[in-house]
Design a protein around this ligand. Structure first.
Ligand code: SAM
Length: 214
């Protein structure tokens, strides 16, 4: 019997000051998302004590870059075993002082009831299911956000609402301004989340970052 063993090549990309590994089975790190790391890093200067959480962390680059110069613990959560394995290698290579805890699985099953985070970074899939065929190079699990593209973003909001520390903040990535409006309505309709959409920053057709605070 012959067995075809698929050859998968590990690639390296510069992401800010970091060198990040990935392969074709995960989303290729997008350089514009250094902006999410930079915003998170700036927010940490005035953040309360406590660890940092990244939801849908992929190979870990956004959270790891945000933690350069920091020593707080970092928790990375992603459902892809391949992404988590790359994240572990990237954490090692980054040389950051923070202890990095990588949790592989569905994000709504990875956070302990009592855990609170000073800062939460979230980068959920945000492409509408009907549009994923337009992104042939990207794995479906990394981009498929359901009917309106926001299924996983709403899960992130539930987690942020429960696990964000008092005076903490969260930076959520979305695809476009229409999604920002939908998420703004969702937060307004869900006062139980205890969140306020404080600001958004648009990066042309590449994506939008949203700041959520208590
Ligand atoms: C848009 S990608 C972002 C990855 C990385 N932050 C980046 O910029 O390349 C979304 C990530 O969410 C992960 N994901 C999808 N559904 C998830 C879930 N229910 N729980 C945790 N991670 C999930 C995917 O494996 C993928 O790595």
């Amino acid at each position: 019997m012959t067995v075809d063993v698929e050859q998968v090549r590990t690639e390296l990309i510069e992401f800010g000051s970091l060198s990040i590994q990935y392969d074709e089975r995960v989303l290729r790190p997008r350089r514009w998302t250094t902006a999410q790391s930079a915003w998170a890093s700036a927010l940490l200067r005035d953040a309360p004590d406590g660890p940092v959480l990244e939801l849908c962390s992929g190979v870990g680059h956004i959270g790891l870059l945000a933690m350069v110069g920091e020593s707080r613990p970092l928790v990375l959560v992603d459902s892809s075993r391949i992404a988590c394995d790359h994240a572990a290698a990237n954490a090692e290579r980054s040389g950051i002082a923070s202890p990095v805890d990588i949790r592989c699985g569905a994000m709504d099953e990875q956070i302990g009831e009592d855990e609170r985070f000073a800062l939460i970074i979230a980068d959920p899939p945000w492409v509408r299911s009907e549009d994923i065929a337009d992104h042939q190079d990207d794995p479906d699990h990394a981009i498929d956000g359901g009917t309106d593209g926001l299924d996983l973003a709403r899960t992130c909001l539930d987690i942020i609402g429960t696990h964000l520390a008092d005076r903490g903040s969260a930076v959520l990535q979305l695809g476009n301004l229409a999604q920002v409006a939908a998420i703004s309505d969702h937060v307004a309709d869900r006062p139980d989340l205890g969140l306020r959409l404080a600001e958004h920053r648009s990066y042309e057709d590449r994506g939008v970052l949203v700041l959520l605070v208590r």
